[in-house]
Design a protein around this ligand. Structure first.
Ligand code: TPP
Length: 333
């Protein structure tokens, strides 16, 4: 298990670092790094079956790679290509990246309600950030899951910040796991930077849910080592005094040190794996970049089976604007 977690975490870390660098080169529009949070989704997904529903937010690259998602597809998403959100359900049992904060929590409850209704022993896991737990959708999802006793695992990645808003400014509770008490659900707070703890806690919640015991809220305490996204500068709102201790608690560093000291991997093997991960990240991006860039209309065509008239009007307006802009350029020649 540890070797698999390490391989995926190294690729996730390399992919993050390369994406940030590509953004600075003007080749990647906006990217949300996972750095420092990887073990949450990796540990949790390792504890689940491949056909359990995985409903991510936007900092679960490790979990997505574990499910077999090619990194190039993840890069396509961040390049704005809708193909990055087309994930055949039978293949991945996973929903695409979700940016509207906490909206995905309701989708996960719906999925697990359907499974319970059909007497399937499948569970759903949904990820949300600490800021997301102040959204109405989150409370509604928790309540429905508790009342309907759905096989849902809510996993909060509490990385301390919602962009520049610290946890203590957006909620009065010390423990986000305690929010489960409001709906009569079990809540547990854990070290989200420790692979073993995340794995065991998720496995326990999954076994309970599979056996009809209902939902669990897990709060993984973690830290976002990088920026919120490449459009953010965290030095404007957080101090080095806060950051430095978390650099020492880096989950990847911890796993690497643990595995080397146990003798399950040598330093040479580790550096080979790191090089491999970096090469793989570069190759995956080149693959994604070689796809043709998304066309303007695609922004509208993937939302509904039949496009509603306000969207049709918007699209038409944009087409006309573009034609006019092209005409103006032509006239100036
Ligand atoms: C409904 C909604 N409101 C606002 C935003 C803008 N927004 C994007 S990320 C973010 C902060 C989310 O913080 P948190 O839930 O703690 O997750 P993190 O980014 O720290 O992983 C906000 C407010 C959004 N995407 N969706």
């Amino acid at each position: 298990m540890k070797l698999r977690a390490l391989t995926v975490a190294l690729l996730s870390r390399a992919a993050d670092e390369w994406a940030v660098s590509l953004n600075r080169q003007g080749r990647m529009p906006t990217y949300a790094p996972n750095k420092g949070q990887e073990m949450n989704s990796i540990g949790a997904l390792l504890a689940l079956r491949d056909d359990d529903w995985f409903v991510p937010s936007f900092r679960e690259l490790g979990g997505m790679l574990l499910r077999g998602l090619p990194l190039s597809k993840y890069y396509l998403y961040w390049l704005g290509n809708e193909q990055g959100s087309h994930l055949p359900l039978d293949q991945y049992h996973m929903l695409p990246v979700s940016v509207p904060i906490a909206s995905q929590t309701l989708h996960a409850v719906g999925l697990s309600y359907a499974d319970r209704y059909r007497n399937r022993d499948r569970v759903s896991i949904v990820f949300v950030g600490d800021g997301g737990t102040s959204e109405g959708d989150f409370y509604e999802a928790l309540n429905f899951a508790a009342v309907w006793n759905t096989p849902t695992i809510f996993y909060i990645q509490n990385n301390g910040w919602a962009i520049s808003t610290p946890r203590q400014v957006q909620t009065k509770v010390e423990s986000l796991a305690s929010k489960a008490g409001a709906v009569g659900m079990e809540g547990v707070q854990i070290d989200g930077n420790d692979l073993d703890t995340v794995y065991k806690t998720t496995l326990k919640a999954a076994n309970k849910a599979r056996n009809g015991g209902g939902p669990t809220l897990i709060e993984g305490i973690t830290y976002r080592l990088g920026a919120h996204t490449t459009a953010d500068d965290p030095t404007r709102y957080r101090t080095d005094e806060e950051l430095v201790p978390w650099l020492l608690r880096d989950p990847l560093l911890r796993l690497k040190e643990q595995m080397v000291s146990e003798g399950s991997i040598s330093k040479e093997q580790l550096s080979q794996m790191e090089n491999q991960a970096k090469k793989s990240a570069r190759r995956s991006f080149e693959e994604a970049e070689s796809e043709s860039p998304p066309k303007m209309g695609e922004l509208y065509s993937h939302l509904y089976a039949e496009m509603p008239s306000p969207l049709e009007e918007q699209l038409q307006e944009r087409v006309e604007l573009r034609q006019r802009a092209a005409g103006t350029k032509g006239g100036a020649k």
